[in-house]
Design a protein around this ligand. Structure first.
Ligand code: HEM
Length: 417
């Protein structure tokens, strides 16, 4: 009996299987696997969606405009030693390279577990997939002898005023994956593939899924407070701006050489207390944010793209001095180098025990220096009126590794050299 026979007997009647595959009954089971895969690929050759380049000096998923769906997943690294850690990065590199390019799933011997979950069919669509790999401060402990290579500003995320982190199971991690794509099932498919191939080397610790809403009606999408969110961001199309605010540079700012082209990533899971928010007048909501709810325009302007005019409103009579946007980015010469690149997603995950919605923002930002940028902004926001309507419950600081430069390069090659 061929090795493929038991599988057929268990799951499927042999004759109907062959008919379904369009192959007739003449083929032996041995020939079947490859022929079936080829027939499947021919029947569904739509590698739908765009492929986002994987190779480059920086990882994709940082300055890439946010795709519709995302998962942020934090892992413990189980690799027993440095050689195994190297192996982990090599496997991750290979799989992310394959998944982000898309293409037909290789044929499987029917007696073995299939190489792919098949949740996307026989041809994996590229579908705008990006997988951004970050490392946490704990990876630089005693286990792998990397203490002297830790990015200079990488620490465990501290608790900030008004945080609600006690008892949180969604904090920190050795390694993080930010998986984003144009559809939800592509994100899930990538995660299953990556966890499967790294089994024994990585263990998922926590995960939060998000979506990036469609623009309503146009311009920047809205968050669950009903305000357009993500309007004001540094213009990373400018290389000079990205180099000054987003990318880390080796042997500068106290950094080790290997960090060239990386970026610090901050993830904050921030619940929005929408039941309370919905009982606040629109005027008060707009005073808290500093922008109009309908158009997203700053209160000193008429369009979302208008810059807030703080010079002409020094007393804060139009945009209060306590407004979120004014505190977050006062747009003074002193605050210029604390700007962050925000890349947040909305999360929505059912109800709490009291029946209130558990919705909010997966706040995610990238920067060159987490102290100078995110922490400075967060400190300015401490005590802002908005804090009564939000509750940060988890997250972490990670360092997004430099990009994989070529087909022979791997994640973390310079770190582990
Ligand atoms: C659930 C929590 C939060 C909500 C609901 C929220 C909401 C908003 C909204 C509606 C805007 C205006 C639109 C825009 O420019 O994108 C904004 C801007 C901004 N937010 Fe937040 N935000 C939250 C948390 C944070 C956090 C934790 C930080 C950083 C520590 C932050 C930093 C910023 C910055 C830098 C801007 C742009 C200000 C500017 O350049 O004018 N936000 N936020």
């Amino acid at each position: 009996m061929s090795a493929a026979e038991p599988t057929l007997a268990r799951g499927l009647h042999r004759r109907s299987f062959l008919r379904g595959a369009g192959l007739g009954t003449a083929l032996g089971a041995g020939a079947l696997t490859g022929a079936f895969a080829a027939a499947g690929a021919a029947a569904d050759t739509d590698p739908s969606g765009r492929a986002i380049a994987f190779h480059g000096p920086h990882q994709a998923g940082i300055t890439t405009p946010p795709q519709a769906a995302a998962s942020f997943v934090s892992f413990s690294v189980l690799a027993p030693d440095r050689a195994a850690l190297k192996q982990l990065f090599a496997v991750l590199t290979d799989r992310v390279r394959v998944l982000t390019a898309g293409g037909p799933v290789p044929a499987t011997d029917l007696a073995s577990p299939p190489t792919d979950s098949a949740t996307l069919g026989p041809v994996i669509p590229a579908d705008g997939l990006t997988v951004t790999v970050g490392v946490g401060a704990s990876l630089f402990d005693h286990r792998y002898g990397l203490a002297d290579r830790k990015p200079a500003k990488l620490t465990a995320m501290p608790a900030f005023p008004d945080d609600d982190l006690a008892g949180s199971t969604e904090l920190h991690g050795d390694l993080s994956l930010q998986i984003c794509a144009d559809s939800r099932d592509t994100v899930m498919h990538a995660l299953r593939d990556l966890t499967r191939h790294t089994r024994g080397l990585l263990q998922a610790a926590w995960k939060v899924d998000g979506f990036h809403a469609a623009p309503r009606p146009s311009g920047t999408p809205r968050n669950q407070l009903g305000f357009k969110d993500g309007i004001a961001n540094p213009d990373t199309a400018s290389q000079a701006t990205a180099d000054a605010l987003v990318w880390t540079h080796g042997n500068a700012n106290g950094e080790p050489a290997w960090v060239e082209g990386g970026s610090y990533q901050v993830i904050r899971i921030i619940r929005m207390l929408v039941e309370f928010w919905d009982r606040v007048s629109q005027h008060e909501q707009e005073q808290m944010i500093g922008r109009r709810r309908d158009s997203g325009a700053p209160l000193t302007g008429t369009k979302e793209t208008d810059l807030p005019d703080y010079q002409g409103d020094q007393l804060g009579l139009i945009i209060p001095n306590t407004a979120h946007i004014r505190l977050a980015n006062p747009r003074t010469p002193d605050s210029a180098d604390s700007q962050i690149l925000r890349r947040g997603y909305t999360y929505e995950r059912g109800l709490d025990l009291a029946g209130n919605l558990d919705v909010g923002l997966i706040f995610c930002c990238y920067q060159q220096d987490v102290e100078r940028q995110f922490a400075a902004v967060q400190q300015r926001l401490a005590g802002e009126p908005l804090v009564d309507y939000i509750s940060p419950t988890g997250g972490g600081y990670f360092f997004a590794l430099p990009g994989v430069s070529s087909p022979t390069d791997t994640f973390g090659a310079a770190l582990l050299a």
